[in-house]
Write a protein that binds this ligand. Structure first.
Ligand code: NAD
Length: 549
């Protein structure tokens, strides 16, 4: 059964309290046609990342949340509401486990077998945990990453540089705007013209070129003139990137955000977009082989650009490992973006803090933006982001904002927002959550925990501890997922969302959760031997009994 879904707005409750109204609105918001990539299939983003297992499950979750009491907890198992238990008011109202498989069984074929039987679903990171806020969610991380690239290689700005990438989906759609926000020029390859058109509509992309020749002319001119510009070209990355290399186009930065983590979501060369779905469904093994061969050619071109002196990095989609399976030996010649640019931030407990206005009013986000500038305005990079986001980000679904804040900062923002709700400065409560891609909440050896200093890349106790800590600290809903971002068998990660409804109880929960959640990131990195994390722990009084000296 297909339904068109949109979150309720305003202050009238459809559930018994804001603690249950919040997950209800955020579940619905994930499936808002403005937010979700394929709402009719319950797919929010990232290839097949879903908000609920099927429509009957969605309706059952909705009915249950509308009736749930403040001493009850709803259990969601891979998108299906499997139980309601009596707990207490500090306990989460919803506990979610998505896509988890016992390690020896954690492969795509086994997952798909179970999925076809209706026994599981792919939750991605924020799809099945109901805190996806559209492309803006990744925009901040992408902005930070390109800012770090600029700092490392180009004197602090991407002005006069050309970035080549691919993929304009739910996440990848942030790339062109993140590049132009850093004053650079972006050429983005996308095989699905509809996806590219959608990004122009939401102002994440400036234009779609008619063909490759005109795309190259346009970006080369913009690069020469130092004008920020983003251009999409419709084509297959496995063909276009080798062609750009062959033509000797001078490219400064290369990355990729096609859905390479799932070989069925990467279009092989020579397959038409219209045939994609049927082909992948009827012949998954053959399709996988062809996708991997194409990924091998795609990555070979990226390594070609690396050899030519470009800054090349993997953007967390498993393209390198799939290319290696496709037979390309040098696939890991370039680094992942976390060890290259993000880990120093993780050592300070920094990560993708985000919040959404349950009122539906853009003015609530404008007010919280001002509060963040008031609290952290002396952080130049953050202040620039908040100002640019206010001007250039078009909201999708409920208005929301994201910015990277660290340990010792996040709870200050949360407490301020709660006070603003209490004083009536916001039209309704806000929810405060984050991506699972955070400092202490994920084990993912091809992405967030790639190349850890002590070799602990695959140790997955940390995200489980993170989820337990958030449950013990008063989060409104907590989730543990497997396989998000990089695919089955490659990651385990956790999330939390906490409502700020203006009450004293909310204030206490917010203080605990938003202190303890990023604290696990500092602990994880201190434990792995990162000096900066140890300093942060010392400076901010975080106790680490296991530490020597
Ligand atoms: P998506 O499925 O919404 O979009 C992928 C896009 O790639 C689609 O528009 C598709 O048409 C296009 N595409 C597929 N094959 C192509 C090809 N051969 N040539 C050109 N275009 C092609 O996925 P998404 O949500 O945008 O995520 C993209 C990838 O990034 C995923 O693998 C996801 O797991 C990963 N990801 C990374 C991060 C990060 O931290 N960097 C965060 C989230 C997601």
């Amino acid at each position: 059964m297909t339904t068109s879904v949109r979150a309720a707005r305003g202050t009238a409750l459809t559930a018994r309290s804001w603690a249950t109204e919040a997950p209800l609105r955020m579940l619905h918001n994930n499936l808002d046609p403005e937010v979700a990539e394929r709402p009719e299939d319950l797919v929010v983003y990232g290839g097949t990342g879903k908000a609920a297992r099927d429509w009957p499950s969605f309706h059952a979750i909705t009915a249950e949340l509308a009736d749930l009491r403040d001493d009850e907890t709803l259990l969601v198992q891979s998108g299906r509401p499997v139980g309601v238990l009596r707990t207490h008011e500090w306990a989460p109202r919803v506990l979610i486990a998505n896509s988890n498989l016992v390690p020896d069984w954690a492969s795509w074929p086994e997952f798909r077998r179970l999925d076809a039987l209706g026994l599981t679903m792919y939750g991605q990171m924020t799809a099945g945990s109901w805190i996806y806020i559209g492309t803006q969610g990744i925009l901040q991380g992408t902005y930070e990453t390109f800012a770090a690239v600029a700092e490392k290689r180009f004197g602090g700005s991407l002005r006069g540089t050309l970035t080549v990438t691919a993929g304009l989906g739910g996440m990848g759609g942030a790339q062109p705007l993140a590049v132009t926000m850093n004053d650079g020029v972006a050429l983005v390859v996308e095989c699905d013209a509809e996806r590219a058109r959608r990004r122009v509509e939401t102002r994440y992309l400036d234009e779609v070129a008619t063909d490759l020749d005109s795309a190259i002319r346009t970006v080369e001119r913009a690069k020469r003139e130092g004008t920020p510009l983003s251009v999409a070209v419709i084509g297959n990355a496995a063909e276009v990137l080798p062609e750009l290399l062959r033509r000797g186009v001078e490219v400064d930065v290369v990355t990729d955000q096609t859905s390479a983590h799932d070989p069925l979501a990467y279009l092989p060369k020579g397959v038409a977009v219209d045939d994609w779905h049927d082909y992948a469904e009827t012949k998954p093994d053959e399709f996988t082989d062809r996708a991997r061969e194409s990924m091998a050619e795609h990555v070979e071109a990226m390594v070609g650009f690396l050899d030519a002196g470009a800054e090349v990095f993997d953007y967390g989609n498993s393209l390198r490992s799939e290319a290696k399976l496709g037979g390309y030996e040098r696939a890991f010649d370039y680094p992942g973006f976390v060890p290259a640019y993000i880990r120093p931030l993780f050592c300070e407990g920094k990560g993708p803090f985000r919040w959404a206005a349950l009122s539906g009013e853009a003015s609530d986000i404008a007010a919280t933006d001002r509060a963040v500038l008031d609290l952290f305005g002396d952080n130049e990079r953050l202040a620039r982001w908040i100002r640019l986001a206010g001007e250039r980000v078009a909201f999708q679904g409920l208005p929301a904002r994201i910015c990277w804040l660290g340990y010792g900062e996040r709870h200050l923002a949360g407490e301020r927002f709660n006070e603003m709700v209490a004083r009536g400065e916001l039209a309704a409560p806000v929810v405060i959550g984050r991506d699972h891609l955070d400092c202490g909440s994920v084990a993912s050896p091809y992405r967030e925990t790639e190349g850890m200093a002590d070799g602990s890349d695959a140790v997955a106790d940390w995200p489980l501890l993170n989820a337990l800590v958030n449950t013990a600290s008063g989060a409104t809903w907590v989730s543990i997922h497997h396989g998000g971002g990089v695919g089955m068998g490659r990651s385990i990660h956790a999330g939390q969302v906490t409502v700020a409804d203006g009450t004293e109880l909310s204030a206490r929960k917010i203080e605990r959760v938003l202190t303890n959640d990023p604290a696990t990131g500092v602990l994880r990195h201190a434990d792995a031997g990162y000096e900066r994390a140890r300093q942060v722990a010392d400076e901010r009084g975080l106790r680490i009994p296991a530490r020597e000296s």
